[in-house]
Design a protein around this ligand. Structure first.
Ligand SMILES: NC(=O)c1ccc[n+]([C@@H]2O[C@H](COP(=O)([O-])OP(=O)(O)OC[C@H]3O[C@@H](n4cnc5c(N)ncnc54)[C@H](O)[C@@H]3O)[C@@H](O)[C@H]2O)c1
Length: 276
């Protein structure tokens, strides 16, 4: 992440919401949390198990949050407890950030058709796509009119990316879910959008085979010939979650340095990146 400060202001003043998916300071959800806090939002966080609490608690504290919920999204009990905590503490919320995905390492390498198992498929779709539907429904039950939700997706849903495999299928389901959720919740004034981020070095990205090649290729082939900056993703989340995003819903917004727009990259940077 660039070491610029996140722009401060009052775009999120008076708004409260839940951030799901911070594992450490490199998490995309953490960049989003920092940006929302810098604009006055009050935040609650989920974390996945005690091991991550040690990392997430100090981060939450640094943005003035003391609401942390242990929440594995495959547990109905923990999901119930999380949203009950928010209801008891705040009554209503204004936004939800969903930045959660998982597939076993064995599912994220080699041949998609050979290596995708029934259990691997189910678990990837459950954790990476259904959890947004589930969290979105629960959030909407306690959401103010004018509320907004954002999830994180990746271009591997639209086009083939080597080794991304079942996660690409899960992201396609996540993006379709975003549109159906937007239609259901639109009449209540709740907006639902997805951000399709370019590759960013996080724990989740480390699980994907040939990660080094992916980062170099993306940098060389992107319109901006640079890596995706988490600050740009956080800025997009701020737009979509604040009143700036009024009337925008059901959208998958790319923040990837323009990688998605390029059919054929310029020869020189690409050759240098592949040879370098
Ligand atoms: N890093 C990238 O290059 C990139 C690009 C586009 C989209 N994304 C997406 O961004 C989101 C955030 O990932 P990240 O890259 O910041 O990595 P990350 O590892 O920091 O975050 C992933 C989070 O998912 C959580 N998680 C996984 N299984 C869970 C479960 N069963 N219950 C609760 N939480 C669970 C982890 O605890 C972690 O906090 C993911 O949806 C990812 O697919 C990442």
């Amino acid at each position: 992440m660039s070491d610029q400060n996140f722009p401060t202001g009052t775009l999120m003043a008076g708004k409260r919401g839940l951030i799901m998916g911070v594992a450490n300071k490199n998490s995309i959800a953490w960049a989003i949390a920092r940006q929302l806090a810098a604009q006055g939002a009050e935040l609650a966080f989920t974390y996945q198990g005690d091991k991550l609490l040690r990392r997430v608690a100090p981060l939450a504290e640094s943005v003035g949050s003391d609401t942390l919920c242990d929440c594995d999204v495959t547990s109905d009990d923990q999901m119930d407890a999380t949203f009950n905590t928010l209801k008891d503490k705040w009554g209503k919320i204004d936004f939800l950030v969903h930045a959660i995905a998982f597939a076993g390492k064995d599912q994220l390498a080699g041949s998609f058709i050979e290596n995708t198992t029934r259990d691997g498929f189910k678990s990837a779709l459950d954790i990476s796509a259904y959890s947004f539907v589930d969290a979105g429904r629960r959030a909407s039950e306690i959401m103010n009119n004018g509320g907004a939700m954002v999830t994180l997706t990746y271009l591997g849903s639209e086009r083939v990316v080597p080794n991304y495999n079942v996660m690409g299928v899960a992201k396609a389901a996540l993006e379709a879910s975003t549109r159906y959720m937007a239609a259901d919740l639109g009449p209540r004034g709740i907006r639902v959008n997805a951000i399709s981020a370019g590759p960013i070095k996080t724990l989740a990205a480390a699980g994907i085979g040939s990660g080094r090649h992916m980062f170099r290729f993306n940098k060389a082939a992107a319109a901006m010939q640079d890596h995706t900056d988490p600050m740009g993703v956080a800025g997009a989340a701020l737009y979509l979650l604040s009143d700036l995003g009024l009337s925008c819903t059901g959208e998958t917004h790319h923040v990837d340095g323009g990688f998605h727009a390029i059919a054929m990259p310029q020869e020189t940077p690409l050759r240098e990146s592949l040879e370098g």
